[in-house]
Design a protein around this ligand. Sequence first.
Ligand code: NDP
Length: 241
Amino acid sequence: MSKVAIVTGGTRGIGYAISKRLKEEGMDVAAIYGGNTEAANKAADELGIKVYQCDVSSFEACEETIGRIESELGGTSVLVNNAGITRDGAFHKMTKEQWSVVISTNLDSAFNMTRPVINGMRDRGYGRIINISSINGQKGQFGQCNYSAAKAGILGFTRALAQECARKGITVNAIAPGYIETEMVGAMKKEVLDSIVAGIPVGRLGQPEEVAAAVAFLASDEAGFITGATLSQNGGQYIAA
Ligand code: NDP
């Protein structure tokens, strides 16, 4: 029987590549999206996956959506907490709204999505949870106190949950990508992006497919001895900083 994989933000950008790759690995993929129904329908058609609209910042919405996914597809084997947003601004000008929406979408979402699947994984004695953090959660980033805090929080969540689940056949890992070529990065000013690429030793942005390949490995049975880890995937940017 195919494994069921849930990918939040699985209809665009890095998440699209993850959905595609896990589908190619033979999984039944349920991709969750926020509001862009056009992109979601396109992903569903192109990839042959199911898509579900659900605001990952709402616990009730996540509970309800996971209930629907599991009754349609079966219990969740793989959960990829990937959905994320930025609302950048220098901290002395940052509004409470900018802070809260980034924390709830990027960090609360990990609780909201993982809590409803965890008992099923524990009962079945199997699970792969992969949380998408960021290099900016590891090193902090100017203009991103909100995002850096949320992404650092994801790393702590990963390490704590990994310990709680280790005896239950569930691994919990994080990937901390550097700059990956998606719309999120495309929205940056050219001069900012040029200066970022200049600081990446491999001399280029990462590709969504490269993150997807790392997810596929961590989601595989072969990765069962890896838990609580953070895989840095940044072209050497962190060590060069
Ligand atoms: P995109 O902006 O390209 O895609 C974001 C996805 O998340 C979309 O599918 C979007 O849905 C979904 N989403 C956003 N808000 C919500 C919400 N409230 N509820 C449900 N779904 C939501 O992002 P990326 O692919 O660039 O980033 C993916 C992840 O990787 C993020 O967590 C990001 O922080 C992280 N990351 C990205 C890096 C990069 O360089 N791109 C670097 C490091 C980390 P919809 O289409 O409906 O809006």
